[in-house]
Design a protein around this ligand. Structure first.
Ligand SMILES: O=C(O)c1cc(C(=O)O)c2c(n1)C(=O)C(=O)c1cc(C(=O)O)[nH]c1-2
Length: 243
């Protein structure tokens, strides 16, 4: 029976963190993106497709919140929606992630319309991202929170872009990278809260294993997104089909 005892909180957290090996930082398309190997149209394709994820995040967060009966959690959680949607005058610090990502789009040579029309969004990207939002709609709120824990691994991927892109992709205006800079402290704050919820949720071995499965589902969402992007923008894509 001892095999069924819950892991200690430290062991459980270590097992969640070990899922990093399946994070999209290791996807071949991300490796090419962050090693400077991509042509401008491939970077544009990634930015335009990832925008669909950016827009979905606050919808996902609203779904988690709609399922949450705990006021104290909602007070913290609502920050996530404001981080992405922005608030007030939509300028400076308050612009929000969706707007800041739009600026990244313009810095790589896309128009606002290119992003907001979803004209470049691939079916596989849509399916993957919609699966994430739908998971949050249907799952108990603690499970929805746990699905955000891929953010444990995100500060490194943002930092890689900030460190590498200016020299590898000098054609991208430096202001375009503000999104990545803004996310590092926010991801750290989100992860602190997410881990608190996960550890409280994981009071049996079965629930701890469920949490790990949920994290795997979310890794799969991100991995599938890059599979679809990689497939859509091969090196030899004819000129007229390039974003
Ligand atoms: O650029 C990335 O690789 C990346 C990954 C993730 C992630 O791991 O889900 C997020 C973000 N960025 C991000 O910017 C972000 O705001 C974010 C929110 C969430 C979430 O699940 O609630 N993930 C992520």
């Amino acid at each position: 029976m001892s095999a069924d005892l819950p892991w200690s909180p430290a062991e459980f957290e270590a097992r969640l963190r070990a899922k990093e090996s399946g994070y999209h930082i290791h996807h071949p398309f991300n490796k090419r993106l962050n090693s400077g190997a991509l042509q401008p149209f491939q970077v544009r394709g990634w930015v335009a497709n990832r925008f669909y994820y950016q827009q979905a995040i606050p919808m996902k967060d609203a779904a988690v919140m709609a399922n949450c009966e705990d006021r104290a959690t909602r007070r913290r959680w609502i920050e996530r929606m404001l981080d992405h949607d922005g608030h007030g005058d939509h300028e400076g610090q308050n612009a929000g992630g969706i707007e800041t990502w739009t600026r990244l789009g313009m810095a790589v040579g896309l128009s606002r319309e290119d992003l907001w029309s979803h004209r470049h969004v691939q079916p596989g990207v849509r399916f993957a991202v919609d699966a994430y939002v739908n998971f949050a709609r249907r799952a108990p709120w603690r499970e929805g929170v746990i699905s955000s824990l891929t953010e444990m691994f995100a500060p490194k991927i943002h930092a890689d872009r900030l460190a590498g892109w200016p020299s590898m992709y000098p054609w991208i205006a430096a202001e375009g990278l503000a999104y990545f800079r803004s996310r590092i402290p926010l991801a750290q704050r989100d992860v602190e809260h997410g881990l608190e919820v996960a550890i409280a949720f994981g009071d049996t071995r079965a629930k701890q294993e469920r949490a790990i499965e949920i994290l795997q589902f979310k890794l799969d969402v991100l991995w599938s997104l890059l599979d679809a992007v990689e497939r859509a923008y091969p090196d030899d894509l004819p000129e007229e089909r390039r974003p």
